[in-house]
Design a protein around this ligand. Structure first.
Ligand SMILES: Cc1cc2nc3c(=O)[nH]c(=O)nc-3n(C[C@H](O)[C@H](O)[C@H](O)COP(=O)(O)O)c2cc1C
Length: 166
């Protein structure tokens, strides 16, 4: 099975989660940072995972554009969608709903928020100001959800395998 993970990241947390997913999914897994590389041969993958992070309520525009541009092909694939964000509960749910087009959400085999981090030392002045004002913290926060990451990978693996034998 060939897997592609397409992601975007601002301070590296989504890249960390992508690396963990690559370990969990094993086999032939390629990752592409959409802000540095182009995706080629999308049609050759069996499983495609798309992930990004939320800043001021929105996912990276590179991820949004990728989803719109390739929607028709993505709908033919086994699909996983994830976001990183610091919000939890209903706010996190609303953010993931806004992050991906409805047809892709409906078709996905797994869709989840996988936690988030606030890495103060990597932020510029404006980001530090926003985080202090909105999230009321001056300290770094490390809240990647390892259990959710494992469940997300296992769900994708088992559903993709099930569909392959049908
Ligand atoms: C300036 C700024 C704005 C953010 N805005 C939001 C937000 O609106 N909602 C949210 O849940 N998390 C927000 N976050 C938290 C990020 O989603 C979190 O830091 C995430 O782990 C970033 O992942 P990345 O390093 O891969 O980009 C914000 C973080 C920063 C620095």
């Amino acid at each position: 099975m060939k897997t592609l993970i397409v992601y975007a990241t601002r301070h590296g947390s989504t890249e960390k989660v992508t690396s963990r997913l690559m370990e969990l999914i094993k086999g032939d897994v390629t990752s592409v940072n959409l802000e540095k590389q182009k995706v080629t041969g999308l049609e050759n993958y069996d499983l495609i995972i798309i992930g990004g992070s939320i800043h001021e309520g929105s996912i990276q525009s590179s991820i949004h554009k990728f989803c719109i541009q390739h929607e028709r092909l993505l709908l033919e694939k086994n699909l996983g969608l994830f976001i990183l964000c610091i919000e939890t509960g209903i706010k996190a749910l609303t953010q993931i709903e806004n992050a991906f087009p409805e047809p892709l959400r409906a078709k996905s085999l797994a869709m989840d928020t996988l936690g988030g981090e606030l890495l103060i030392e990597r932020m510029n002045f404006i980001e530090k100001f926003l985080v202090k004002k909105i999230m009321k913290t001056k300290e770094s926060v490390y809240r990647l959800d390892n259990q959710a990451i494992e469940v997300f990978a296992q769900t994708l693996l088992s559903k993709t395998t099930q569909l392959a034998v049908q």
